[in-house]
Ligand binder design. Structure first.
Ligand code: SF4
Length: 556
C-alpha cells in the first residue's frame, strides 16, 4: 500500500522472540555493554508477548542456557523439573510394551523439563533488562533489500487496521520500515521472511529439500492418583500407534510438576493425504495405556507447530550481506535427539558474535557475517547435527525400510546405506485416493471414547490455545488457484486440508443445490504452517496476519 511510513534505524534487528533470537539479543547486548559500544538492538515479535507463540516438548539440555545465564535456578529460569529416568514404549492399538533399552542418543537424564512459552517469556524479561528494545505485536511482513539487491537492509512490519478487503479502518496504522545494519531472522520453522530472502537470494540453492514434522501438544492437569501427578523425573516416549506405515514419529508425556503433564504427538509431514495430526493425537490419548495414566485429567492448554527436521544438509546459506539466519528456521533442530532449544540458543549466540564483529569492523558483508557458520561448524552442536544428517530422510521411509535405514545409520555414524539419503516429501502415486486411506481410519478409532475432558475437538483446541485474531482483516492464507481445491484436489486427495489443519481452518460447505464452496476460518489459525507444507500441490501460502494476534500460549 502506498502510504507514508515511519522509519526506525537500528544497529541489529532480531526477528522472532524464540530462544534463538532472545539468546542472540541478550548476548549481543552483553558484548556491546562490555565494549562500551552502546549498540541499538531491537527485537520484533508477531505475538502479543515473548512466548505467546512458543510451543515445544520441551526437554532442554542445561548447558547452552547456563553458558548464557550462569546458575539457572539462581537466575530465576522457570524450570519445571529435571529428568531422572527415560521410559520408551512401543504401542500397538491395545497394548504397550516397555523397551528394555533406551538408545543413548535418547537418554535425557539431566535435561530440564520446561514450558517453552514460560522460558521465552522469562528470556524476554532478561532481554529487556539487558537493554534490548522489544517490539511485541509487530509482525515482520516484508524484507527490505539493500539498494544493490544483494543483501538485506531490514524489515517492514505489517500494516494494522485494514479490513477484510484491504481498506484502512479508523484505527489504521501503516507498518514501520525498520532498517538495521544486521538483521537476524529466527522466525521458527518455515519462516515466511526467510522464504522471501530465498526467492531473491537463493538461500537454498544446492541444498537438500527441507523436511518437516508437525506436533500437536497439550498441557493437561491430571488427577492426584495419576502416576504422572508427582514431581517430574520420569519422561515417557512412545513409538508405533497411532502412526502407521506412512507417517512416522512418536508421542511423549513429560510430567511438569504441580499435577501438570505435557503430552504430545509428532508425525512426519510427507504430504500423506490421510494424516490428521489432531485426530492422531486424540487417538494417542485414547490408547488404553496412555488413557490410564491420564485418567481424570483435563486439558488446560492446547496447540500445534511444525518442526524443521531435515538436518544440516537442508540448512540455508546462514549469512548474506546484512543478514543471518538462526534457530529452527535455519534447521538447527537435531531430529535424532529431538532437541531444538539448545541448538537455537547456540545459533543465536554465535550469530550475535558475528553481528558484533560486523559492528566493530563497520562491515556487515557476507564475508564477515560468515564467521557465524565457521564457528557453528566447530561447535559440538554441529557434530550432533551431522550425525543426524540422514535421520529424518530414513524416518520418512514407509514400513520396515525405515528401521533398516535407521539401524544402518546408527552403525555407520550417520552415513547409512546412502549418503546423502534423498528425502521423501511427496505422496506416492497410490496415495492419490478417492477414500481416506487405512492409516487415517486407524487413527480415528480411538476417538469414539470422546466426551471426557481429556478429549477436545479442533474448535475447542483453538479456544484452549488462547488464539485471538481480529476477524475483519485481509485473509492471511493465500490460495493460489481456488479451482484446484474443488476439482482436482477433491478427486485425487479428498481435500486433505480438511484433515491436516490442526485448527479446522479449512472447510468445504455444500448448499442445498449441491454447490460446494471452500470456506476459511483464518482467525482460528495456530500459525503452525502445516498447510503450506502439507498441501500436495503447494497451492497454499501462509503470510503473517496482523501482529498481536494468534495463539496466546502460557504453559505450552
Ligand atoms: Fe496451521 Fe495452516 Fe491451519 Fe493455520 S491454517 S492452523 S497455519 S494448518
Amino acid at each position: 500500500m502506498d502510504v507514508e511510513r515511519e522509519t526506525l534505524s537500528l544497529d541489529v534487528l532480531f526477528v522472532g522472540a524464540g530462544p534463538a533470537c532472545l539468546a542472540g539479543a541478550i548476548h549481543l547486548a552483553g558484548l556491546s555493554r562490555a565494549a562500551g559500544l552502546d549498540l541499538e538492538i531491537g527485537l520484533i515479535e508477531k505475538g502479543a508477548a515473548p512466548g505467546a507463540h512458543c510451543i515445544s516438548g520441551a526437554l532442554v539440555e542445561p548447558g547452552p542456557l547456563a553458558s548464557l545465564f550462569g546458575d539457572l535456578e539462581a537466575a530465576g529460569c522457570p524450570i519445571q523439573g529435571t529428568v531422572r529416568t527415560d521410559r520408551m514404549l512401543a504401542l500397538t492399538p491395545r497394548s504397550a510394551f516397555r523397551l528394555p533399552w533406551v538408545p543413548p542418543f535418547l537418554d535425557n537424564r539431566g535435561c530440564l523439563v520446561v514450558s517453552l512459552s514460560r522460558l521465552a517469556a522469562w528470556m524476554g524479561e532478561k532481554a529487556e533488562e539487558a537493554g534490548v528494545n522489544l517490539f511485541c505485536g509487530f509482525a515482520g511482513q516484508e524484507v527490505l533489500f539493500s539498494l544493490d539487491g544483494r543483501g538485506v537492509a531490514g524489515v517492514r512490519t505489517g500494516d494494522r487496521g485494514l479490513d477484510a478487503s484491504g481498506n484502512p479502518k479508523a484505527r489504521f496504522e501503516p507498518g514501520t520500515d525498520i532498517l538495521a545494519r544486521v538483521t537476524v531472522f529466527g522466525e521458527g520453522a518455515r519462516g515466511n521472511l526467510l522464504a522471501q530472502v530465498d526467492r531473491k537470494l537463493s538461500l537454498f540453492a544446492g541444498r537438500e529439500p527441507q523436511a518437516f514434522e508437525v506436533g500437536v501438544k497439550q498441557v493437561l492437569e491430571v488427577a492426584e492418583t495419576s502416576p504422572l501427578a508427582g514431581e517430574p523425573g520420569t519422561v515417557i516416549h512412545t513409538l508405533g500407534f497411532p502412526l502407521g506405515r506412512e507417517v512416522a514419529g512418536g508421542g511423549f508425556l513429560y510430567p511438569m510438576g504441580q499435577g501438570l503433564v505435557s503430552a504430545g504427538l509428532v508425525g512426519t509431514l510427507n504430504r500423506h493425504p490421510g494424516f490428521d495430526p489432531h485426530e492422531a493425537f486424540e487417538a494417542f490419548l485414547a490408547h488404553p495405556y496412555i488413557e490410564r495414566l491420564l485418567a481424570g485429567g483435563r486439558v488446560v492448554e492446547h496447540g500445534a507447530r511444525t518442526l524443521s527436521v531435515g538436518g544440516p544438509r537442508t540448512m540455508p546459506r546462514l549469512a548474506v550481506d546484512g543478514a543471518l539466519f538462526v534457530g529452527d528456521s535455519a534447521s538447527m533442530l537435531d531430529p535424532r535427539r529431538l532437541k531444538g532449544v539448545g541448538g537455537a540458543v547456540i545459533s543465536g549466540v554465535l550469530a550475535a558474535r558475528a553481528a558484533f564483529r560486523a559492528m566493530v569492523l563497520g562491515n556487515a558483508g557476507e564475508e564477515i557475517l560468515s564467521t557465524y557458520k565457521k564457528e557453528l561448524v566447530k561447535n559440538p552442536l554441529f557434530s550432533y547435527l551431522w550425525r543426524a544428517r540422514n535421520f529424518h530422510q530414513a524416518l520418512a521411509r514407509p514400513g520396515l525400510a525405515r528401521w533398516a535405514y535407521l539401524a544402518a545409520q546408527e552403525a555407520s555414524g550417520g552415513r547409512g546405506f546412502r549418503d546423502p539419503l534423498p528425502g521423501r516429501n511427496r505422496p506416492a502415486p497410490r496415495q492419490k485416493v478417492g477414500k481416506i486411506p487405512p492409516d487415517a481410519r486407524k487413527m480415528q478409532t480411538g476417538i469414539a471414547r470422546g466426551g471426557q475432558n481429556l478429549y477436545v475437538d479442533k474448535r475447542t483446541g483453538v479456544f484452549l490455545s488462547g488464539t485471538r485474531q481480529e476477524e475483519d482483516q485481509p485473509c492471511h492464507l493465500i490460495i493460489h488457484e481456488k479451482s484446484l481445491c474443488l476439482g482436482r484436489c477433491t478427486r485425487e486427495y479428498r481435500n486433505p486440508c480438511l484433515r491436516f489443519c490442526p485448527a479446522g481452518v479449512y472447510e468445504i460447505e455444500e448448499d442445498s443445490a449441491g454447490t460446494r464452496r471452500l470456506k476459511l476460518n483464518p482467525s482460528n489459525c495456530l500459525h503452525c504452517k502445516t498447510c503450506e507444507i502439507q498441501d500436495p500441490y503447494g497451492n497454499i501460502r501462509w503470510t503473517c496476519p496482523e501482529g498481536g494476534g494468534g495463539p496466546g500460549y502460557r504453559m505450552a
